[in-house]
Design a protein around this ligand. Structure first.
Ligand code: ATP
Length: 300
């Protein structure tokens, strides 16, 4: 179990992380989310013992995490700077041996991961010859090569195409299945909610949303309705409890104060022609974030 307890980190006068607490049980996938500069990397550096929290502590199975735990941990840093002049095989031997692995085991696992990531032919290529996305796969493999019990991934998906994103997500799920703890950061809130069970959304170092995604969504009363058909948006706007109506070329989005308003909207829509779609949806995580911290962070 990983416990971050009341962790605070200050750089001079700047509070980068402000009394953050969370717990990860074996088999958990945990998302640490937030805008640029929210404090995600700082939190990971505290977890990895690279910086000492100003207050609070980080415990792995009840003891303060330290370099002695390195063989159980995989860390993918946000910076994509790998040792570029050596080959993929040399790099993996280097990282694996830092974690006390036998070269034969490193190479066996490397072959498995290169195959899984469809990059077998890159084994003897220099890192600098690989595309950015493929370098990212190598960095991911370097974090996984020791089958870590705790996998810490700083922005693992940034810059990946959808197919490779799915590949990464599948691997994360496999680690979960085998009881590892996975914590990753992202600023792509809507992407994360497809596979993450528990999240903390940070804003200026403070947790502004936290808990199980299903509970967070349930607690947020506002919903939206997506409609495709011949409707009069002014009539929708006049329905009590409707607070916003937006229309693009294809569909209309009706935002409502709570789920019960959908009945009145439906009663109106039933009177219209050619209705192709009528869907009531929960708010997305980024909509909840914007509602809580304001419009100025719409880029999340
Ligand atoms: P991003 O998504 O942009 O990577 P982040 O959520 O990972 O951001 P951090 O890198 O943890 O955010 O930074 C949190 C805050 O601490 C920022 O205001 C940043 O400028 C500041 N900061 C980070 N590292 C240092 C440092 N070494 N010295 C001083 N300030 C720092």
């Amino acid at each position: 179990m990983l416990e971050v307890k009341n962790a605070k980190m200050m750089y001079g006068d700047l509070v980068a992380v402000d009394h953050l607490s969370f717990t990860l049980q074996p088999g958990a996938i945990f998302g640490l989310l937030g805008t640029n500069g929210a404090g995600k990397t700082t939190t990971f550096r505290m977890i990895m013992g690279l910086i000492e929290p100003t207050e609070g502590e980080v415990l792995l199975d009840g003891h303060p995490i330290s370099y002695a735990d390195v063989n159980d941990i995989g860390y993918m840093i946000e910076e994509r700077s790998l040792l570029t002049k050596i080959t993929v095989k040399e790099l993996m031997l280097y990282f694996g041996q830092l974690k006390d692995m036998e070269p034969s085991l490193i190479l066996e696992r490397l072959d498995y991961w290169l195959k899984r990531f469809n990059i077998v032919s890159y084994k003897n290529k220099k890192i600098k010859e690989l595309s950015k996305g493929n370098q990212q796969k190598i960095q991911f493999i370097a974090a996984l090569i020791n089958n870590p019990r705790l996998l810490v991934l700083d922005e693992p998906f940034s810059g990946l195409d959808p197919i490779n994103t799915e590949l990464f997500v599948d691997v994360i799920h496999d680690f979960k299945k085998h009881g590892s703890m996975v914590v990753f950061s992202s600023h792509q809130l809507d992407h994360v909610e497809k596979f993450c069970e528990e999240v903390i959304v940070l804003e200026k170092g403070k947790a502004v949303i936290e808990g199980k995604l299903s509970d967070i969504k349930k607690a947020f009363k506002k919903h939206k309705i997506k409609i495709i058909g011949n409707i009069d948006i002014e009539k929708l706007r006049a329905i009590p409890g409707v607070y916003d109506v937006e229309q693009n070329l294809i569909e209309t989005t009706v935002r409502i104060e709570n789920e019960s308003v959908s009945k009145a909207v439906f009663d109106y829509v039933k009177t219209c022609d050619h209705i192709i779609k009528y869907d009531v949806e929960q708010a997305s995580l980024s909509e909840i974030f914007i509602a809580k911290v304001g419009q100025h962070h719409e880029e999340v």
